[in-house]
Design a protein around this ligand. Structure first.
Ligand SMILES: [Zn+2]
Length: 98
């Protein structure tokens, strides 16, 4: 038996692109505050929305020293953000405020 998968954090996207869903596999329900502190370097599991969006896996791409991209493996959606964004919480703030 394996641990449950939780939808730990939702990050809404603009322009009808759906949302990012952060999935965490563990026994107990993830704590929101702890989830926001997860480093992007650890490559957390993020999917592109829930049905009817494509639900593809989002991969991190290092574009340059100052820029990163989250790219959907399935539909090719690209979300760029500065490399100074280090945690899931910061990513959410950045995407909500730009
Ligand atoms: Zn997608």
């Amino acid at each position: 038996m394996s641990a449950d998968t939780w939808e730990a954090l939702f990050i809404p996207l603009k322009n009808d692109e759906g949302e990012l869903v952060v999935l965490i596999q563990q026994w107990k329900e993830p704590n929101k505050t702890e989830t926001k502190l997860i480093k992007l370097d650890s490559e957390p599991t993020i999917t592109h929305g829930r049905y009817p969006f494509c639900m593809g896996l989002m991969r991190f791409v290092n574009v340059s020293e100052t820029k990163k991209v989250l790219r959907c493996e399935r539909c090719g959606l690209r979300i760029s953000f500065p490399s100074s964004v280090e945690t899931l919480g910061e990513l959410k703030e950045h995407l909500l405020n730009t």
